[in-house]
Design a protein around this ligand. Structure first.
Ligand SMILES: [Zn+2]
Length: 62
């Protein structure tokens, strides 16, 4: 998988990087008492930092 078809809506740059939000930024189910959570994966512009996509890393857990 690559991100060559992505173009930043803010600056027009076409190179993106991916990062992960973990720890306090994990997504947890609403109205459930389980302690699990899932990290968020961000795809962001390497030039200006605009976030192009945000994904839950483990949606099947929900
Ligand atoms: Zn940008």
């Amino acid at each position: 998988m690559d991100n060559n078809n992505l173009v930043c809506k803010t600056c027009g740059h076409s190179h993106f990087a991916k990062g992960k939000l973990e720890g306090y930024a994990t997504v947890r189910p609403i109205n459930k008492f389980f302690s699990f959570g899932s990290a968020l994966t961000l795809t962001f512009c390497k030039r200006c930092g605009e976030v192009a996509a945000m994904k839950v890393a483990d949606p099947q857990k929900f």
